[in-house]
Design a protein around this ligand. Structure first.
Ligand SMILES: *Cc1c(COP(=O)(O)O)cnc(C)c1O
Length: 486
């Protein structure tokens, strides 16, 4: 189904029409066949559309309007923290002194940028309760891997080479077991109990002298705060392992509780979630990692240090796991996060958590009248529902998600976490108004009524979008990524 109103750019082609003006070439033309091997030379002219500047402008503007983003509508995608990205962050990131610095510039000429990075690290140390922070990792999963490589280096330095296992709860974010595997560990799953929290008995069963670390997503992917962290810390530390905190969703505990105080040795944050870096289009992100004192030696190098009010990059770090990212991380995202932290202040950051948690609990309560609530307890910044009741009526969670498109919403995360049948994972964030939350709730309640009274309208949704139901398997296996003449 394809309801096209805008002609495709290739169909507007008029031979000879051009949408650019370039100056006369004033350098000698080179013979490409002397520069490139034959196999890389183009044999036919590229089949590009020939259109005017206005045509191409309208083409891209039309495409941009078909995108859904935080600036165009509600985006309650669980575990992704699609909250408003304040525009002041963008203004500051565009300051000439930030936007136009080059990573190969002499340190003496970029002291301001280095000071910002240093201060950001100091703020993140304070926020997480850790002893040192690196800004190098480019994403949450990259931070996880960086943290695990440091844990690995720590155990190896202690001659503890048989610590090959990382314990990961079944309610962890999917990147946790993946990062552990990429870091060369074997993943051991620990089960959740009937309350959706880590089962301590099962944890005691799997822990041992081969345990390198426990990776805890907190709040877990059910949006629940792990209540037994101090006991877990005792169990893991008692066995000689390290404690890793997946802090991608710090929105839930910011300024209320600190991983460092709970006994964690390593934590990563997602600046592109909690700290309002724009995301959703594939980056760039930033996944800083904080560590306790006994892991500082292993931090990626160079390490940013301050000596007599001068900032330098210290490369003389013999125990470092090495560089994990070219240059020093995604600086632009660091500038945005720094701006956010400074504009919010400590009280503002506390309010973030309070409203994020309040909004999630408000929605959860109101929606529990029509949808099953697998874990009926206070949630943190997000919660999960189950579409089991609707499935019995022939309406799957996927249908509900598609129907939400008709109301102009980005659907929540669905079918994740895996331990909840027909899972719907909703994260409203603190930046939405009560009116927005209520409208979304009304839409969800209407869909639940439709499932009972008129299931076809849900099963056949979406009805208002340019593209209707996709064959998702075909789209994933055989994607059509370029214009094909019909
Ligand atoms: C988003 C997320 C990650 C992964 O972060 P990326 O930046 O996408 O790599 C890890 N853990 C949790 C809990 C998350 O929500």
């Amino acid at each position: 189904m394809h309801k096209e109103d805008q002609p495709l750019i290739f169909e507007l082609t008029k031979p000879g029409r051009i949408g650019y003006s370039l100056p006369e070439m004033d350098i000698p033309e080179v013979d490409m066949s002397e520069m490139l091997p034959e196999e890389y030379l183009r044999v036919e002219e590229a089949d590009l559309p020939e259109v005017s500047e206005l045509d191409i402008m309208r083409h891209y503007t039309a495409l941009s309007k078909r995108n859904h983003g935080v600036d165009s509508g509600f985006y309650p995608l669980g575990s992704c923290t699609m909250k408003y990205n304040p525009k002041i962050n963008e203004n500051v990131a565009r300051f000439n002194g930030f936007a136009h610095v080059h990573p190969l510039q002499d340190e003496s000429s970029v002291q301001g940028a280095m000071e910002l990075m240093y201060d950001l690290q100091e703020h993140l140390k304070e926020i997480t309760g850790m002893d040192e922070v690196t800004l190098q990792p480019a994403a949450g999963a990259h931070g996880e891997w960086t943290g695990l490589m440091m844990i690995r280096a720590y155990h190896e330095a202690n001659g503890d080479t048989n610590r090959t296992k990382v314990i990961v709860p079944d309610s962890a974010h999917g990147t946790n077991p993946a990062s552990a595997t990429v870091a060369g560990f074997e993943t051991v799953t620990v089960k959740s109990n009937e309350h959706g929290l880590v089962d301590l008995e099962d944890l005691k069963r799997v822990v041992g002298d081969d345990t390198a670390a426990l990776m805890l997503t907190n709040p877990n992917t059910l949006g629940l705060f792990e209540e037994n962290i101090l006991e877990m810390a005792e169990i893991i530390h008692g066995a000689g392992g390290k404690l890793y905190y997946d802090g991608a969703n710090l929105n839930a505990v910011l300024s209320k509780a600190r991983p460092g105080d709970m006994g964690f040795d390593v934590v990563h944050l997602n600046l592109h979630k909690t700290f309002t870096g724009p995301h959703g289009g594939g980056g760039p992100g930033s996944g800083p990692v904080g560590v306790k004192a006994d892991l500082i030696r292993y931090l990626p190098k160079p390490v940013l240090v301050k000596k007599d009010d001068v900032f330098t990059f210290d490369y003389d770090r013999p125990d470092s796991i090495g560089r994990v990212k070219p240059y020093y991380g995604n600086f632009g995202i660091n500038v945005r996060a720094y701006t956010y932290i400074r504009t919010m202040g400590p009280d503002g950051l506390k309010a973030v958590t309070e409203y994020a948690v309040l909004n999630a609990n408000y929605m959860m309560r109101r929606l529990s009248s029509a949808y099953d609530l697998p874990f009926d307890r206070h949630c943190k910044h997000e919660f999960v529902l189950s579409g089991k009741r609707q499935k019995k009526l022939g309406v799957r969670t996927l249908d509900i998600a598609k129907r939400l498109l008709d109301f102009g919403y980005h659907p929540p995360t669905i079918y994740f976490p895996l331990n909840v049948e027909e899972c719907i994972m909703i994260e409203p964030t603190e930046t939405e108004s009560k009116e927005t939350l209520d409208s979304f709730i009304d839409a969800m309640l209407q869909i639940a009524r439709e499932a009972e009274e008129n299931p076809e309208i849900v099963q056949e949704a979406p009805h208002t979008t340019v593209i209707g139901r996709l064959d998702e398997t075909l789209a994933a296996r055989k994607p059509v990524l370029k214009y094909v003449k019909q």
